[in-house]
Design a protein around this ligand. Structure first.
Ligand code: IPE
Ligand code: IPE
Ligand code: MG
Length: 249
């Protein structure tokens, strides 16, 4: 006898699987506080949830998974939490990289690296290099990332490469310089933790993404909840400015 969850899995694999899923992993701190634990306990549990979701994305043949780990604005948090998060990032890269190599996962890190410790920058470069030739799931971690930063850095890089564009340029000129130029735009965006906002995540790239919000905290999210969100996605009609009748033509 099949459970509801496994029936749903059969359904989603027969439907249109999103090529790219982008997630704001929110609610760690409040989840921990509710359990009388320090906020950072929630961040640790969040790593376990991420591992589950990566495995599930791999299983469902999702091409790209992009997760928001630390925003440009998260530097405003108490210093001890920032320090903990930077330490956790370093530690997770160190311990998980072997698993990623083994599982054919290509890892990319997007964001401003200037404020990271030299040790973290080295670890990021090493992790990217070790997985660069992998052909499976492309996992992107956004760290010290902001949508505003991305558009600005892309514009600056474009003008540096092609100064003549100062007189005028278009979307297609900037696009190759954006942080995620290697990936299609996200099809499905998920935010856990109850807030319904973008918080300066992939602003340019989310223009036509389907937005899914859940009150579950990130540590409570896993394979089953991912299936739920994909099933929801498959019910959406993506019109990209057209009308319904045009889509079947
Ligand atoms: C998301 O969880 C993780 C990071 C921003 C690093 P939060 O830390 O924002 O948790 P809440 O939203 O305060 O519960
Ligand atoms: C967004 O979460 C950033 C990450 C999950 C890394 P926040 O918890 O920082 O978002 P706001 O500030 O409440 O919007
Ligand atoms: Mg939060």
């Amino acid at each position: 006898m099949f459970s509801r969850a496994s029936e749903q899995i059969v359904d989603i694999v027969q439907g249109k699987i999103p090529q790219h899923i982008a997630i704001i992993m929110d609610g760690n701190g409040r989840w921990a506080k509710k359990r009388m634990m320090p906020r950072v306990y929630g961040h640790k549990k969040g790593v376990d949830a991420l591992r589950d979701v990566i495995r599930a994305c791999d299983e469902f043949n999702i091409g790209y998974l992009t997760v928001f780990a630390f925003s440009s604005e998260n530097w405003r948090r108490p210093a001890d939490e920032v320090t903990f998060l930077m330490g956790l990032f370093l530690q997770v890269l160190d311990t998980e990289i072997e698993r990623m190599v083994r599982n054919n996962i290509r890892l990319k890190i997007i964001g401003n690296r200037e404020r990271f410790s030299p040790e973290l920058v080295r670890m990021i470069e090493q992790a990217e290099n070790l997985t660069a030739a992998n052909t499976g799931l492309c996992l992107t971690i956004a760290a010290d990332y902001g949508g505003h930063w991305d558009v600005l850095q892309a514009t600056k890089a474009m003008l540096k490469a092609q100064p003549e564009l100062l007189d005028g340029f278009g979307e297609e000129d900037i696009a190759p310089f954006l942080s995620m130029a290697y990936a299609p735009n996200p099809d499905l965006f998920i935010r856990t933790g109850g807030e319904q906002r973008i918080s300066n995540f992939l602003l340019w790239q989310l223009a036509y993404t389907e937005l899914y919000f859940t009150d579950l905290a990130w540590p409570e999210f896993g394979r089953e909840q991912l299936v739920e969100s994909i099933a929801w996605y498959q019910q959406r009609e993506r019109r990209f400015g057209r009308i319904s009748e045009q889509l079947s033509e």
